[in-house]
Structure formats: structure tokens, C-alpha cells
Design a protein around this ligand. Structure first.
Ligand code: HEM
Length: 415
């Protein structure tokens, strides 16, 4: 019988190298060719598709969120209390299932489809307001605005709140840096967000409408949620929504508009947009890894993992693994029979907003490609952490014609 290996025997990955930070996917893919499992400063790293997918749904791997918050050192107070009671701190079991149920229903694939006309209207209004005679910062004028406007729509708030919603989401998501220097700003942003959410809920209780918050209040009235759970969900939706969605919308614009052939095709054949968006989420996902923690001592790929070991499923490595995706470094919107990307995790921890954000990205790309076949990327920038892809710059000119097209090559434009 072979003895399981110890974590300390595993190869050590360095996410701080210049190579990783500028182009992580070839680096992750190279690591995955050598090892299925490794270690890093933050914990155990899974690099193989099968291993990651199994870990994501493994009953013996629980949420990594409590440890993250411990690392940040959030002081006692309302933000920490919110975190402790929110979905993120709950492991598998009835409580997690009951908490998720109303939200998975209200944000299901069918519900997201029924929101599509509203989302199209939101995207159209936002795009209509962008000047076309000069380069514009599409992060603030478009990518941030879409998910934050959708959130305002959900909670019956005026669109003038969208900037606050976007800013707050970007700040509170800094917990994922695992860097306590961000803690004071995170705490302050949560304090303001909690007050905001309390006001919104009180206002909506007075007059119910046809929005998500009103539906959640109805779910509370029907006994499916209590008042604290309702409040925690409305905070959670603000927390998780804008930051992730804005970056993924920006990534999609850069990856697609930097390929003139594909951009033109999407402008005339909108039915191709969903496939193109799926390929963006495989090729250049917002999520590079998702975290878990070992609930009781276990073994993964012949490695003994003590209770409490942080485990990271490296989604980015799986998406660029040639055993699962043929020529993974090639951006190919015609891929059909390959496994689903893992950008939204999976199982009982899977992303609640996955359908809605997919509709947001699709509607944005469909409208931009149709209206602006000459969309010119003037300056773009990415930052990659072990956890996320972030877009740091997206300056573009919305050109109605493509005659003066000045597309910038993508950092990943291998195809
Ligand atoms: C492209 C944008 C987004 C990406 C890439 C993303 C990604 C993820 C990932 C990777 C997870 C963890 C899944 C796992 O570990 O199995 C997650 C969880 C979650 N996401 Fe998203 N997300 C996005 C947008 C959204 C939006 C728009 C919402 C809200 C409507 C949302 C709400 C949530 C919530 C509530 C969870 C926690 C679920 C739980 O613990 O049960 N996300 N997301």
C-alpha cells in the first residue's frame, strides 16, 4: 500500500512572478502539465479539471470564507456579524439549502431570461448616454453601470444610486486580496451598505412592486426567509454583483472587439453571441480560482489533507488544459462538445448570479457589436491575482463604422 504524500512534499507554486501576473493562463497550463496538485503560500492548489470539478462538489470540502475573513481580521461589529450569518459562512446542510432556495428560484435560468428585456433596456439607455466622438472610459461609463443599474432595479432604487452601488461592491470585494491593509476600507463600505440596505428594505415594505426585493419580501411573508436572512441577501447581492460582473463584461469587450473578424460576425449574427460569451468565460475567466476548506482529514490525489487545509480549485488551469479543451490557447467561438467552464464554481456553493450576469454580458456584446462595428480599443489593461482577472483600463472609441478600425491585440490573442 502506498502511503499518502504530505502537503509539504508538493511542488510550490509562485503566483507573484511577472509571468503569472501578466499572462497567468499559459503559466497555469504549464504547471498543470507537470502536476495535478501543488501547494502555495495560501494552501493546496488543484490544477487538473477532473480534480477541480470533484473538489468543487466534494462533501468533505466546505466554505473557505470564514478563514478569509479571519485573515482580514474584521473586528467585532455589524460587518462581521453580517458575514457570519450570510450564506458564505454556511457549510453544506439544510440551513445552506434553505437559505439558497428562494434566491436560486428568483435568479434561475428562466427568471434571467424573463429579465432579458429589462436588461436590454438598461444596457441600451447606458450605451445611448456614452459620447461617440471621443475615447471614453468604458469601465465607469458602461461596465460598472450595467450591473449596478440592474441592482438598483432589483431594490427599487433610483438610478442615481448606481455609482454608490458599484463603488461599494468594488471595495467590499477587496476581502479576496487576503490583505488586511484593506480591512478598514472594507469595514467602512459594509457599514454604509448595511444602512443603505436597511433603508431600501423599509421603503419597499411600504409599497411592494414588481422587483426582486419585493419578491424577497413576499418570500419572507410566506415564511421562506426570516427578516435577517432577507437583509443578508440584499447585502450579499450588492457585494457579489457589480465587481465580478463589471470585470467580466470588460473582459468580454476586450477579447471580442480585439478580434475584428469575430466582432463583425457578432454584429451581423447576434445568435452567435452566447457561444462567444461562453468562450470568453473559458479563455479569459473573471474567476481564476475558487476556495474550499477541508472539513475532516481526507485524501486528494494521494495527498493527505489535514482538517482545516485551505484548498483552491484553479479554474484558470482547467480552462487551458489540452486534455479537456483542444488547442486551449486558441480563442474559438465554434467549440461545442467540450466540458462546461467553471467560471461560476458549482454544486451547493455555485454562483447565484450566473444566469443573470451571462444575460448582462450577452446583451452588452450584442448591442455594441451591432451598433459599433468599428469599436476601437485605445488602451486596455489587465491585472491577475491568484483569485481573479481584473480589467484595470478600458479606453475605447465607439465607432459606428469599422473603416478606421484600430483594434489592439489582446494579451491572449494567440489566434
Ligand atoms: C461574471 C460575474 C461573476 C462571476 C465570475 C462569479 C463567480 C462566482 C464564483 C466562482 C462563486 C463561488 C462558486 C463556488 O465556489 O463553487 C460565486 C459565488 C456567488 N456569487 Fe457569483 N459571480 C459573478 C456574478 C455574480 C452576480 C451578478 C451575483 C448576484 C446576483 C453573484 C452572487 C453570488 C453569490 C451570492 C455567491 C455565493 C453562493 C453561495 O455561497 O452559495 N455573483 N460567484
Amino acid at each position: 500500500m502506498t502511503m499518502p504524500r504530505a502537503v509539504s512534499d508538493l511542488p510550490v507554486l509562485d503566483f507573484s512572478s511577472v509571468e503569472y501576473r501578466s499572462a497567468p493562463f499559459p503559466v497555469l497550463s504549464g504547471w498543470a502539465q507537470k502536476w495535478k496538485i501543488a501547494q502555495s503560500e495560501r494552501g493546496v492548489e488543484l490544477l487538473d479539471y477532473e480534480l477541480c470539478r470533484n473538489a468543487i462538489v466534494d462533501r468533505n470540502l466546505g466554505t473557505g470564507h470564514p478563514r478569509l475573513i479571519e485573515l482580514l481580521g474584521l473586528p467585532e461589529g455589524r460587518p462581521l456579524e453580517y458575514k457570519r450569518n450570510s450564506i458564505s459562512f454556511h457549510d453544506r446542510g439544510d440551513r445552506r439549502r434553505d437559505l439558497r432556495r428562494p434566491l436560486t428560484r428568483l435568479l434561475s435560468e428562466e427568471a434571467a431570461e424573463s429579465f432579458r428585456p429589462d436588461i436590454r433596456e438598461v444596457v441600451t439607455e447606458i450605451v445611448d448616454a456614452i459620447p461617440t466622438d471621443r475615447p471614453v472610459d468604458l469601465i465607469s461609463s458602461l461596465c460598472d453601470r450595467i450591473p449596478s443599474a440592474v441592482y438598483c432595479h432589483w431594490v427599487g432604487a433610483p438610478m442615481s444610486d448606481a455609482d454608490f452601488v458599484a463603488r461599494t461592491s468594488h471595495t467590499v470585494q477587496q476581502v479576496h486580496t487576503r490583505d488586511p491593509r484593506h480591512t478598514p476600507a472594507v469595514v467602512e463600505a459594509f457599514e454604509t451598505l448595511i444602512d443603505y440596505v436597511d433603508e431600501r428594505i423599509a421603503a419597499r415594505r411600504r409599497t411592494l412592486g414588481e422587483d426582486l426585493l419585493s419578491d424577497l419580501i413576499r418570500a419572507e411573508d410566506a415564511g421562506q426567509l426570516n427578516a435577517d436572512d432577507l437583509r443578508n441577501w440584499v447585502i450579499k447581492l450588492a457585494e457579489a454583483n457589480t465587481d465580478n460582473s463589471s470585470h467580466q463584461i470588460a473582459i468580454a469587450i476586450i477579447e471580442l472587439a480585439s478580434r475584428p473578424g469575430i466582432w463583425t460576425q457578432l454584429g451581423t449574427q447576434p445568435e452567435l453571441v452566447p457561444r462567444a460569451v461562453q468562450e470568453v468565460m473559458r479563455y479569459h475567466p473573471r474567476t481564476i480560482s475558487t476556495s474550499r476548506e477541508v472539513l475532516s482529514e481526507t485524501e486528494l490525489d494521494g495527498v493527505a489533507l489535514p482538517q482545516g487545509t485551505p484548498v483552491f480549485a484553479n479554474v484558470g488551469a482547467t480552462h487551458w488544459n489540452a486534455e479537456y479543451y483542444s488547442a486551449p490557447e486558441v480563442f474559438d467561438i465554434d467549440r461545442t462538445d467540450e466540458p462546461l467552464h467553471l467560471n461560476f464554481g458549482g454544486g451547493v456553493f455555485s454562483c447565484i448570479g450566473r444566469f443573470i450576469v451571462t444575460v448582462e454580458v450577452e446583451e452588452t456584446i450584442a448591442l455594441l457589436a451591432e451598433r459599433f462595428p468599428g469599436l476601437a480599443l485605445e488602451a486596455t489593461g489587465f491585472a491577475h491575482s491568484p483569485m481573479f482577472t481584473s480589467v484595470t483600463q478600458l479606453l475605447a472609441r465607439l465607432e459606428p463604422e469599422d473603416s478606421q478600425r484600430r483594434a489592439m491585440p489582446s494579451r491572449y490573442a494567440a489566434s
